[in-house]
Write a protein that binds this ligand. Structure first.
Ligand code: PEP
Length: 258
């Protein structure tokens, strides 16, 4: 049984005090909820990572993800952040290759592959994002695009490395649009990604890797999505900015998957 994961991706939102307020509200909302069977991860902007890390205790069962890293170890890369720096701030996970980074910052499959390797080398679990645009879906290119992103992103990863990676299928047309993929549409692509992993690494590795869905996830649609056999959790943007709706998504995921 793969352990479900729910990630709050705050993108470029929340100051330190807003982030801390969210954690406080989230902690209250999850007080009666057992998080023993789910990984709940917060992904604040870089500026709030340390403060959030310092406030979450072991018993909160909350983990931290960064929203990006750079693939070099250190040096003259103004504005970039290294794996060691993120680890030092308490990050166990890092989101890599989000479509907003591909779209606005020109990230390529090759660069994403280097970032994934750096994250793994630095003992962080990469949350590797893939997904097609609306045009590509309309042109029936979804499997070709997602297959190629997956193949290039994980190129050169060992069985052990891929087993600790997380893949997030995020159709670009569903991100921040209020239009989520239907459970059937999402499952079709998740199943495709898992079969790709099976062909490359074999059945047992493919069954280990967790594949999350992202794109307009809400408290209302999480249950139907996570009920699907190959959907192991959610990467949540807009609906994770409010502690109440994020808590309801976490609860929905736990109640449905167990
Ligand atoms: C995201 O940014 O990863 C995301 C899925 O955003 P939203 O939930 O707002 O669609």
């Amino acid at each position: 049984m793969r352990r479900p994961i729910v990630i709050a991706n705050w993108k470029m939102n929340k100051t330190v005090s807003e982030a801390l307020q969210f954690v406080e509200e989230c902690r209250k909302g999850l007080k009666e909820v057992s998080l023993d069977s789910v990984d709940v991860i917060l992904s604040p902007p870089f500026t709030a990572l340390k403060a959030v890390s310092d406030t979450i205790g072991r018993s909160d069962n909350l983990y931290l993800a960064a929203q990006n890293l750079f693939w070099e170890e250190k040096g003259a890369y103004t504005g970039e952040v290294s794996a060691a720096m993120l680890s030092d701030c308490g990050c166990k996970y890092v989101i890599i290759g989000h479509s907003e980074r591909r779209q606005h910052f020109g990230e390529t499959d090759e660069g994403i592959n280097k970032k994934i390797k750096r994250a793994l080398y630095g003992n962080m679990k990469p949350v590797f994002c893939v997904g097609e645009t609306l045009q590509q879906r309309d042109d029936e290119q979804t499997f070709k695009v997602v297959g190629s992103q997956v193949e290039k992103g994980i190129d050169g990863l060992s069985e052990e490395a891929i087993s600790s990676a997380i893949i997030a299928y995020e159709p670009v047309w569903a991100i921040g649009t209020g239009r989520n993929a239907t459970p059937e549409q999402a499952e079709e692509v998740h199943g495709f990604i898992r079969s790709h992993l099976r062909e490359t690494y074999g059945r047992s590795v493919a069954e280990t890797v967790r594949i999350l869905y992202g794109g307009s996830v809400t408290p209302e649609n999480i249950r139907a999505l996570i009920k699907e056999p190959d959907i192991d959790g959610a990467l949540v943007g807009g609906a994770s900015l409010n502690a109440d709706s994020f808590v309801r998504i976490v609860v929905g995921a736990i109640n449905t998957k167990h």
